[in-house]
Design a protein around this ligand. Structure first.
Ligand code: ADP
Ligand code: MG
Length: 332
C-alpha cells in the first residue's frame, strides 16, 4: 500500500520570457518506512516538488497532476486542509535550522509546544516525550540540552533538534530538503544514519532531497534523478549505482564525493551549462551536454519508460527501473 502517490505533477510559473516548468510531469510512489531520494543539480526542481507536496508553493505557482497522501488528494486542497495534515501526517525538515527554530525559546519548550498544540500534552508527560525524541535523534545529554537555546548548540545539534521537531508527532511522511548540506561531512553522515534509524523504528516514510549521491547510497531505498524539472531515471538504489542507465546519472556518479577533495567542490563539473528552463531545447533537455547524443535526441524529448534490457532485472514490480533516454539499454 502506497502512502504517497504523485502522478503527473507539474509546477509552472509565468515569466516575462514565457512559461517556466519547474516540475514537469513527475510521478513516483512511496511506501511507509521507505526512503526515496531525489537528486539532481541545483535548479532541477527538487525543492519545488517538495513544496508542492507540502502545500507551501507561492501563490503564483500553477500546479497540475495529482498528489495523494493515504489516498487523499492534495492538489487543490485548501490551506486549512493542510493545517490539519501538518505535524501528524506530514512534516518538513529544511536546510537551515536557524530559520525554522525560534531563537528566543529553549529546545525543550519548542518540542513541548508542538505536543501541547497537536496532542494537548503538557507538563511531565510532554517533557518525557521530548527527552525521548531527543534521545532517539541522538542528542547527547538531552536533560541538559532541553533547557538550552538554539544559539547555544552546534550546527549539527541544531539540525538534530529540527529533526526531533519534525518527528515528535510520529508523522506518516517527512520531507527533508537538503537537511545536512550546511554541515561538515562527518556530521552529515551521522545525522543521515540517525534519520534512517528513526524511520525504521517509526515506519515514517522519508522523501530526501539531496545533491549528494553518497547520502543517497547511505540511506535511500529508491532514487529519482531530476533534470530540468523532469524525472530522467528512477530505480532502486543498488541497481542505479551498479548500472546507471541515463547519461546524466552517470555524469552525477562521476561527481561522487571524494575524501581528497575539499568540501564545497563535490558537485563540480558536469561539462556544459545547466539548462535554462525558459528556453529548453526541442528534444532532450540534456542533449546539449550529453556525450551519447544521437540525431533523435535533438528532435524528440524522450519519455520515461521501463528500461529495456535491464542488466539487473528487478524481482518485484515496484522495483522496476525507468529511464528517459533514447540511448538507454542501447549499450554504454
Ligand atoms: P532545486 O531545488 O532542484 O535546486 P528548485 O525546485 O528550487 O530547484 O527550482 C527549480 C526551478 O524552478 C528554478 O530554477 C526556477 O527556474 C523555478 N522557480 C522556482 N521558484 C520560482 C518562482 N517563484 N518563480 C519562477 N520560477 C521559479
Ligand atoms: Mg532546492
Amino acid at each position: 500500500m502506497n502512502l504517497l502517490e504523485v502522478e503527473g505533477l507539474s509546477v509552472t510559473y509565468r515569466s516575462d520570457r514565457g512559461e517556466v516548468r519547474a516540475v514537469d510531469h513527475v510521478s513516483f510512489a512511496l511506501q511507509p518506512g521507505r526512503c526515496l531520494g531525489i537528486v539532481g543539480e541545483s535548479g532541477s526542481g527538487k525543492t519545488q516538488t517538495c513544496l508542492a507536496i507540502a502545500g507551501l508553493l507561492p501563490r503564483e505557482a500553477r500546479v497540475s497532476g495529482s498528489i495523494r497522501l493515504r489516498g487523499r488528494e492534495l492538489v487543490g486542497a485548501a490551506r486549512a486542509d493542510y493545517d490539519t495534515l501538518r505535524g501528524k501526517q506530514l512534516a518538513m525538515v529544511f536546510q537551515d535550522p536557524m530559520t525554522a527554530l525560534t531563537p528566543h525559546l529553549t529546545v525543550g519548550s519548542q518540542l513541548c509546544e508542538v505536543l501541547a498544540v497537536h496532542e494537548g500534552m503538557r507538563g511531565a508527560a510532554a517533557r518525557r516525550r521530548a527527552i525521548e525524541i531527543m534521545e532517539r535523534v541522538r542528542i547527547p545529554d538531552p536533560q541538559r540540552r532541553f533547557d538550552m537555546y538554539p544559539f547555544e548548540l552546534s550546527g549539527g545539534m541544531r539540525q538534530r533538534v529540527m529533526i526531533a521537531l519534525a518527528l515528535i508527532l510520529r508523522p506518516a511522511l517527512v520531507l527533508a530538503d537538503e537537511p545536512t548540506t550546511a554541515l561538515d561531512v562527518t556530521v552529515q553522515a551521522e545525522i543521515i544514519a540517525t534519520f534512517r534509524a528513526v524511520i525504521e523504528h517509526t515506519g515514517t516514510a522519508l522523501l530526501l532531497v539531496t545533491h549528494d549521491l553518497g547520502v543517497v547510497a547511505g540511506v535511500c531505498d529508491e532514487v529519482m534523478v531530476m533534470y530540468a524539472g523532469r524525472s530522467v531515471e528512477q530505480a532502486p538504489v543498488a541497481p542505479l549505482f551498479a548500472t546507471p542507465a541515463h547519461p546524466y546519472t552517470r555524469a552525477l556518479l562521476g561527481c561522487l564525493p571524494r575524501a581528497d577533495r575539499p568540501r564545497g567542490e563535490r558537485m563540480v563539473a558536469i561539462p556544459g551549462q545547466p539548462p535554462d528552463l525558459a528556453a529548453l531545447p526541442a528534444g532532450c533537455a540534456f542533449a546539449p551536454r550529453c556525450p551519447q547524443l544521437v540525431d533523435r535526441c535533438r528532435r524528440e524529448a524522450p519519455v520515461l519508460a521501463v528500461l529495456a534490457g535491464d542488466p539487473s532485472p528487478p524481482a518485484a514490480a515496484a522495483d522496476v527501473r525507468t529511464v528517459a533516454c533514447w540511448q538507454a539499454g542501447a549499450g554504454s
